[in-house]
Design a protein around this ligand. Structure first.
Ligand code: ADP
Length: 456
């Protein structure tokens, strides 16, 4: 396996180098072809010049002699081609020996394939419309290059090679920069996620990237870390809560039973009833745990209908009237008698919501406290409000109160409960697309607000 940086680097460099070489090859091919056509054109012109010159010579002298056009030989020898002059009967007037130019070491040839093969071309020498002789031009390559041609070709190749080098160096530098830009943040996110999976829930990525996807990735990993940290805290608390809840009744039972067996305590009906009370408490805890399990396994099917929420609330208040008066709580209910607020939902499930909320308010509000219940509406929602001036919820507990088995500050263990009521509330409200809000300050009381969508 390779690191992302190494892989990006090598892939970018390979792609860029291939692209550079292909374009260099293409440029070279185009230049060589054009250059070849240019040199071929020059050669054609040279041949015509030779034929014309020999024609002029014949015209001037009126016949061929050993010296006719002999001045061409020097240039031919220097430029590596061979001339043979013949009269109109194909008798040789003079001829160069191809061997003379073949042995020349500075022979410059353009094409490897035709290198060394001697090729000739015959041209008629025409004067006043009559063929007066022939000239044969032969050379060891289809294209001959002068020193200037060779220099030109060399200069072109040199600059192509230089631009390849510059492009390759530039590409390597750019690919190092690009791969670093991508790989460093990805590596950091990957290190964070490895730390998280190793159980270090404090691990976070702190870099800033201007690449949207990488920034999103970082933020989601950080969110994940935050959630894992919360879940870990909840899990630890859950285990300690369950252990505590189970241990308390068991200890009481064990101590009392041992004392009775040892004869320290008399076996009386009151004692047995007190122990039975603990067994019942234990059973209630198991029921609550079972209810929790149901929350997880079955989707609580919602039996929907449209109904007036006023009546539902009044009936729940009725159920709590005894508990409220026992604690001498002052209850204020602000419901307009003539006005009905209609919502759509499962009547029984929603009744459970109000029971759980009101039972908490009564439970956590001291003797002589105050509870306010209010219903209002705006364009979209029916809003239920429940306010008490009880013990309130600590700031650090507030984010977790809807978690299963979460109970506020442990010192409140004196107040009965299993930390399930609000989990059920939240679950039921979610099924109704309703939203619950809580505001609380320790020592001052708590306000719950529920926003139900209005029934159409
Ligand atoms: P339980 O009441 O069985 O402990 P809940 O899920 O109903 O469990 O509530 C979770 C926690 O939220 C409680 O333990 C308590 O700390 C806090 N809480 C809920 N309602 C109130 C309230 N009205 N006043 C103060 N604390 C509350």
């Amino acid at each position: 396996m390779q690191s992302i940086r190494r892989r990006l680097n090598s892939n970018l460099i390979i792609c860029a180098v291939i692209a550079i070489f292909l374009s260099a090859l293409f440029v070279n091919f185009t230049i060589v072809n054009s250059f070849r056509r240019y040199v071929e054109g020059n050669q054609e012109k040279r041949n015509m010049r030779i034929v014309d010159f020999l024609g002029e010579t014949y015209k001037r002298d009126g016949k061929w002699s050993k010296n006719s056009g002999i001045e061409l030989l020097h240039e031919a020898y220097m430029s590596n081609y061979c001339l043979t002059l013949m009269d109109n009967n194909k008798n040789i007037i003079w001829a160069m020996n191809p061997e003379d130019i073949r042995t020349k070491t500075h022979i410059k040839m353009m094409e490897g394939s035709s290198k060394g093969i001697y090729k000739t071309k015959d041209f008629d020498i025409v004067v006043d419309g009559k063929v007066v002789g022939y000239v044969t031009i032969g050379q060891y390559s289809s294209i001959l290059l002068s020193q200037d041609d060779v220099n030109f070709k060399f200069a072109i190749n040199k600059s192509i090679a230089a631009s390849i080098m510059i492009a390759v160096i530039f590409t390597i530098i750019m690919s190092l920069i690009i791969s670093k830009e991508f790989s460093i943040p990805i590596k950091e996110v990957s290190d964070t996620s490895i730390s998280l999976s190793d159980g270090n829930y404090e691990a976070r990525s702190n870099f800033k990237s201007d690449i949207v996807e990488i920034e999103n990735l970082k933020e989601s990993i950080n969110d994940l870390g935050e959630k894992l940290k919360e879940q870990d805290a909840i899990r630890k608390r859950l285990v300690s809560d369950i252990t505590h809840e189970i241990r308390t009744p068991l200890n009481i039972l064990q101590n009392n039973l041992e004392a009775m067996i040892d004869g320290v305590y008399d076996i009386t009906t009151e004692r047995l009833e007190a122990l039975n009370e603990e067994v019942i408490r234990f059973g209630r805890l198991l029921n609550s745990l079972n209810a929790l399990k149901e929350l997880d396994t079955a989707e609580m099917l919602v039996n929907r209908k449209v109904f007036s929420i006023n009546e539902l609330i009044l009936s729940v208040i009725e159920d709590f009237s005894l508990a409220i008066s026992n604690k001498e709580i002052k209850l204020d209910v602000m419901l307009e008698k003539e006005k009905s607020y209609f919502i759509e939902g499962d009547y029984d499930r929603l009744k459970q919501v109000f029971i759980n909320l009101l039972s908490n308010s009564v439970k956590f509000t001291g003797k002589g406290g105050k509870i306010n219940i209010e219903l209002s509406e705006n364009d979209s929602f029916v809003i239920f409000g429940l306010k008490d001036n009880g013990i309130g919820i600590r700031k650090e507990d507030l984010p977790f109160i809807f978690e299963r088995l979460y109970r506020g500050d442990k010192s409140r263990n004196k107040i009965k409960g299993h930390g399930i009521g609000l989990t059920v509330v939240k679950k039921i409200l979610d099924l109704h697309d309703a939203h619950i809000d809580v505001k609380s300050s320790e020592g001052n009381g708590t306000i719950f607000k529920i926003y139900f969508k209005k029934a159409l």
